[in-house]
Structures are given as C-alpha cells and as structure tokens.
Write a protein that binds this ligand. Sequence first.
Ligand code: NAI
Length: 404
Amino acid sequence: MKTTTPPRILLVENIHPIAKEYLENEGYAVDLLTYAPTEEELIQLAPKYCAIGIRSKTEITEKVLQTCAQTATIGCFCIGTNQVDLKSARGKGVAVFNAPHSNTRSVAELVIAEMIALSRQLGDRNSKAHLGEWFKSAEGSKEVRGKTLGIVGYGHIGSQVSVLAESMGLKVVFYDAVKKLPLGNAVVMNKLEDLLRVSDFVTLHVPEIVETMNMIGEREFAMMKKGSYLINASRGTVVVIEDLVKALKDKHIAGCAVDVFPVEPASNKEKFLSPLQNLPNVILTPHIGGSTEEAQRNIGMEVAESFRRYLKIGSSSGAVNFPNVDLPIKKGTSRILNVHKNEPGVLGEINTIISKAGANIEGQFLSTDDEIGYLVMDVHSTHAANLCQEIEKLNRSIRTRVVY
Ligand code: NAI
C-alpha cells in the first residue's frame, strides 16, 4: 500500500504544546527543539520543513532563508519579529506571521489589578506586613468605583481595559490618535490634555513610535489631577521616567504601576535598576503584562492557525511582510498561489499561460506591496500542477505552489 509522507513543521524554543497538537491534527509531522538553534543548525534543518516556528531567540538570517526553498512560512510565536530578516524573507516569498494580540486580555487584567492595588496601596502594605509592620489605616485608601479612568490608546488592549473597568463602576474616557468607536459608555476625549485633566487613573496603551516617545513628561504630569495615578504597560519610552519620579516625590502623583522601562534587562540573570525603585506606592513589574499561561497558549494557537491557513488555503492575512490576502475556498476548483516581483506585466504573462492551457479562471485576487505581488488564483483544471510549473518558470516568479 502506498503511503504519503506528511509535510513537516519544525517548532523550536519550547513553543506551547498546543501548537504541536493542533498541527498534528491537521496532518503535519511536527518536530520539536527545546532550544534556539544556531544559524548553522538552521541551515542544515530548514530544507526539510514547510514551516518553521520560532520565538524571540532564534534568528532567521538571510543565509538561513537561502536554504528555505521548501519553507513557505516562518511563524514567530511571540509579538516581535526583529529576529527575522523580514525583507529577505519577503524577497524569497516566505510569509512571516506573529501573534501580536494573543496577550491582550492578560495586559488588560493586570491594569485592572493595578488600579485597585494603587488605590489601596497594596504594594507597600504587603511589603510592610512581610517585614512585620502592622499598618492598618484607611487614610489615602479609596475604592475605584465612581472614579474616572483615562485610557490613552484605544486599541486592542485599551478597549479591553475600558470594558472591564466599566463593569467595576468606573467612568471611562479615552484618547486615541485615530477615530475609535467608544465601547459601552466610554467617552471620547479629543485631546490628550482634556483626558489628563479629568482622570483619576491614566493608563497608557499606545505603540512605541516617534509620536509617542516621551509622550508623558513634566508638562503632562502637571496637567494630571493631584493625587491621581499613572499606569504604564505599553512601552518604556512613552514616559519620561525622571519627570515621573519628580511628580511622585512632589506628591502630585499618588502612585504609579510600571511594567515597561526605557532600558530593560536582557534576561532574568541581569540586575534591574530604575530611578523608580524604593519610592512609596510605586509598583514595578518586569514586563509581565502579557506573560500568562493563557497568553502562551493563545499565541501557540494563533500562529499554528496562521500556518494552517497559509499552507492549506494560501491566506496571508496577518502576515507582517506580505500583502494580506484572504479568499474563501471555492469548491470544485484548484488553487494556485504565486509570489512574484511587483513589476508591470506579470499578471498578463500568468493569464496567458492559463488561457493557452484552456483552463478557466474562477477567481483571481492580486495584492501587491512595493516589492512583491501575491496572487491567489482558483482555476477549473485537472492540470493545476502543470500550470504551476509553467508559472514558476517565469523570470519574475519567486515562488509558486498548488494548495489543493
Ligand atoms: P494596538 O495597536 O491595538 O493599539 C494602539 C492604539 O494606540 C491604536 O488605537 C492607535 O491608534 C493608538 N495610538 C497610536 N499612536 C497614538 C498617539 N500618538 N496618541 C494616541 N493614541 C495613539 O496595540 P495594543 O495591542 O493595544 O498594544 C498597546 C501597547 O501595549 C503597545 O505598546 C504594545 O507594545 C504594548 N504591550 C505591552 C505588553 C506587556 O507585556 N506589557 C504586552 C502586549 C502589548
């Protein structure tokens, strides 16, 4: 009896086991490595795999990508993608995926916990109790109910915080650089300044971009209500730390919770130093906003699902280095995928091949970026494999495959 070998996927750096389980159920053979392989190891390994899953410590260099003739996709089972040479991957027709929002809920929950912790000085009271001090007093302790939470950046995380906070009886106002639909009873603020003036808690959920660098400094702290709190679980560069320290020492700001810092230790073995250390009602956490078991599992599922969709139906939705295309399956057709250099005339050449073969195009979708075009084509033909070979021979084709 003839048996077919299942396509192989490599997952390294202890990716959550759910990814292996999911991909095996989808018919792939999954090999695991517990560590981050070196460039030399990857050069040896890559040719065997149709997809490679990494986390933050494995580098996918130009040299590795040169050996990726069979590897259609790289998955970063994390948020960042700096460890992959994205430009080179794109030039070789390798789609790169990540999981930017799998930890949204985890960050939102931390923020909610921190609002209450700051309001009740939990950090300081906990430390004192451990040191044998009994500090029972209601002074300065408040409920969060009825207070105003100002959310800066109403994206995935900011909007989740909004929903959770309202359910605990807070009033929510938010400011975003782009127009966003308010959830629940949240109120839009047209200016950051307006938000700062009315909020009892200000929580930051903006990306790290030029516009958000030092977004909250001396001027902004002065606008915040006396006795208000700041929470930053976005990126360290968004807040001017020295100005925050001054606002805390002046008792203008009653406390803060900071999860992200302008400079962070590279590993758990490195010492952490910050001017915010040893100040009252200051909660410092080691960038753990998104670090939960649930988030790891969600990341495992999200990227495994991206693999399945890209390998089986050619959906590049969510790819960070590729035009995003997502077409529903059309029954009774074969699907050919082609990545090509984005130059005039390529589509015409491809269509000529199809029409010469007498095949009928049932659906065709082309999306391009500056460098490449990604074409998904559904054809009525029993010769899709032959068509694929002909298209692949074109000078400007980078990668062509038939998915079904
Ligand atoms: P997102 O992209 O969904 O939302 C960001 C929002 O900020 C968008 O609505 C955008 O329009 C808005 N924005 C951009 N520039 C702005 C500006 N100048 N002023 C006001 N609003 C602006 O991002 P998401 O997933 O909500 O993440 C937010 C932040 O949280 C990011 O910095 C991310 O790196 C960080 N993060 C931190 C984690 C942790 O462990 N502490 C884990 C996950 C994300």
